[in-house]
Design a protein around this ligand. Structure first.
Ligand code: AMP
Ligand code: ZN
Ligand code: FE
Ligand code: FE
Length: 292
């Protein structure tokens, strides 16, 4: 088998179930050559993941790409504003603007999660909102998967997916929105911090509304470096369309699992990025170094 690179994974620092060290161990055990750690709105997992690479991986045999996933607001091309996700790679984690924005987002995410849990508890669901929040790592963003998991543990639903379908999805009764970063500002902040951005799962229609191709073109003009094509939420026809778009707009094509541990059924390395795409991303970045 060729080189296998997975550039989109989550740890317990956001809403995955592997600690950062376990994430690296899982990737090494799965025979992957490189992963990116891309927790939502935090770089808190980088240090532990880096230590794990030095301890667990053969020297030169495995690479870790420090990254994050940013929730952004974006015009959808049809007159509405929607949420899109940007994967940000190899930026300087101490960039002041970025530190401030990520800390604002984490605080807002925590307040929102607590609020969603309190609404459910008030309606009689067997949820302990304060206990849920106390179980999160300090200053971690938390996310709907934590509430979904609590509903599974309470026996209210059979799976995280069912919790989203019935209660927590964008049109669910207990869904609350966030004030995300405007996408142009996010692209600019990551560029200023020496990093590169990739539009995550651009056409994952099962998750909610998506942007038009014209919007992707406009983001490319604003400095977007790549688009995630091979993602579990893209069907074969969507992938072909995105591959055409990447070619037309000279965007770096990536593929990744969006691994969340046991919060999703997807395996790490289930989707992969061509080695040449990782090289192109690294070439654009000066903010942080690849580990290993
Ligand atoms: P939040 O960050 O709180 O808005 O929650 C979004 C997270 O929930 C993302 O990591 C998604 O991958 C995950 N998610 C969204 N929809 C679903 C779903 N239907 N089933 C499982 N996880 C989902
Ligand atoms: Zn997530
Ligand atoms: Fe995402
Ligand atoms: Fe993700």
């Amino acid at each position: 088998m060729g080189v296998r690179i997975d550039l989109h994974t989550h740890s317990t620092e956001s809403d995955g179930t592997d600690t950062p060290a376990e994430l690296v161990a899982t990737a090494v055990a799965a025979g992957l050559d490189a992963i990116a750690i891309t927790d939502h709105d935090t770089t808190a997992g980088w240090a532990e993941a880096e230590r794990a690479v030095r301890e667990l991986a053969p020297p030169g045999g495995f690479r870790l790409v420090p990254g994050a996933e940013l929730s952004c607001s974006c015009p959808d091309g049809n007159g509405r504003t929607i949420t899109v996700h940007l994967l940000a790679y190899l930026f300087a984690p101490d960039s002041a603007a970025l530190v401030a924005e990520q800390s604002r987002l984490r605080a807002e995410r925590r307040t929102r999660l607590h609020e969603m849990a309190r609404h459910m508890a008030a309606d009689g669901f067997p949820i302990d909102p304060d206990g849920l929040m106390a179980g999160l790592p300090p200053d971690s963003p938390g996310g709907r998967p934590h509430l979904a998991r609590a509903l599974v543990d309470a026996g209210t639903v059979a799976s995280v997916n069912e919790a989203f379908a019935r209660f927590l999805g964008g049109s669910g009764r207990y869904y609350l929105p966030r004030t995300d970063t405007p996408v142009h500002r996010a692209i600019e902040m990551i560029s200023d911090a020496g990093g590169a951005t990739v539009l995550a799962h651009p056409f994952a229609t099962a998750r909610g509304p998506v942007v038009t191709e014209e919007v992707v073109a406009e983001l490319a003009e604003r400095g977007l470096a790549g688009i995630e094509i091979d993602h579990p939420d893209h069907d074969p026809a969507t992938r072909e369309r995105l591959r055409g778009l990447a070619g037309e707009l000279d965007l770096i094509p990536t593929g990744s699992s969006d691994y969340h541990g046991t919060n999703k059924t997807i395996r790490i390395g289930q989707e992969t990025t061509p080695p040449d795409s990782l090289d192109r991303l690294i070439d654009r970045c000066t903010g942080s170094k690849v580990i290993g």
